[in-house]
Design a protein around this ligand. Structure first.
Ligand code: UDP
Length: 326
């Protein structure tokens, strides 16, 4: 039976589609092309096992059309990122909550197993000083609108677990931490494509705040392999897993690395958060996953460190610049 990827024309979804086609699956993609794009999946249309339905997870008839031939669903469609929820809170909350509810309801109808993509944002604003986030940690959200995104994804997690507990729908939840790779758009603030494009154009590299905030970046190929294994491994239903890389780096160090690796003459500039995101923005100072649970469940080990990830993203962005040049 086939596999459905909602949001399959997005950055992670398109890599997942590629990986599933490579292992011989029949793949259906449902995407409304809001933040995803046909460009991300052009190369897949030649494959007779690839099918595309343009539509939203909010549109039940499209969802049914795409899910009917499938028995596994990777639910990646969402209004992504903090910037978007600040600009369009209603649209974000509706897509993330009602969209997931639709996916769960229709999956139950067709007897599908579902993988729900959640986010490290759900860990909220709990202050960490070198301590990694574990799946059992408390969630502390603020009242500023930015936290609506985290709240909508947290609600998706509870909904999914309730469907498993009360209706027996097999669901696994993945909390994704800062996934990176080719095709990631900098349009929604994502730091690595932003820094790399700035460096290649010899424009200022914009570090927000003091640059001491810490993240860890995961190669999209590692993320995708983890998602497939979470779907395929029996006995993980109803569980939540961190999916990421656990190597920490400050954003300032990241800027210096990108500058050095691109031989750029860019200056590194520090932009106050207020200027970058508007008034009242709260950043997360330290966000790194504990991946013990994932390692134990599926034998997960990230394959690429930050230097190799940057090398690949730089190569991709360089080739994009050549294609885009007049
Ligand atoms: N950031 C930055 N410059 C940029 C874009 C982002 O300094 O041009 C910072 C951002 O404030 C955050 C970190 O880089 O502290 C990671 O941002 P991103 O949006 O990629 O992911 P987040 O971890 O915030 O979801």
């Amino acid at each position: 039976m086939a596999v459905l990827i909602t949001g399959g024309a997005g950055f992670i979804g398109s890599h997942l589609a590629e990986a599933l086609l490579e292992i011989g699956e029949e793949v259906w993609v449902l995407d409304n092309l809001s933040t995803g794009s046909l460009q991300n999946i052009w190369h897949l249309f030649d494959n007779p096992r690839f099918h595309f339905v343009e539509g939203s997870v909010l549109d039940e008839s499209k969802l049914i059309e795409a899910m009917r031939p499938c028995r596994k669903v990777y639910h990646l469609a969402a209004a992504v990122g903090v910037k978007l929820v600040v600009q369009d809170p209603l649209g974000t909350l509706e897509t993330n909550v009602r969209g997931t509810e639709n996916v769960l309801r229709v999956a139950l109808q067709f007897g599908c197993k579902v993988l729900i993509s959640s986010t490290s944002e759900v860990y909220g604003k709990d202050v960490r000083d070198g301590e990694k986030f574990r799946e059992t940690d408390n969630i502390i959200l603020g009242t500023a609108m930015r936290w609506g995104y985290a709240c909508s994804k947290a609600l998706d997690e509870y909904l999914s677990r309730a469907y498993w507990k009360q209706k027996g729908l097999p669901v696994v939840i993945a909390r994704l931490f800062n996934t990176v790779g080719p095709r990631q758009s900098p349009a929604y603030g994502m730091v690595i494509p932003n820094f790399v494009r700035q460096a290649l154009a010899n424009e200022p590299i914009t570090v927000y705040g003091d640059g001491k905030q810490v993240r860890s970046f995961c190669w999209v190929g590692d993320t995708v392999n983890a998602l497939i294994k979470l779907m395929e491994t029996p006995g993980l239903e109803g569980e939540i897993f961190n999916v990421g890389n656990d190597e920490p780096i400050t954003i300032e160090e990241l800027a210096l690395k990108v500058k050095a690796m691109t031989n750029s003459s860019s200056e590194i500039v520090y932009i106050p958060y207020e200027q970058a995101y508007g008034h009242g923005f709260e950043d997360i100072r330290y966000r790194v996953p504990d991946i013990t649970k994932l390692r134990q469940a599926i034998g997960y080990q990230p394959t690429l460190g930050i230097d190799e990830i940057l090398e690949r993203v730089i190569e991709y962005e360089r080739s994009r610049r050549i294609i885009a040049a007049p």
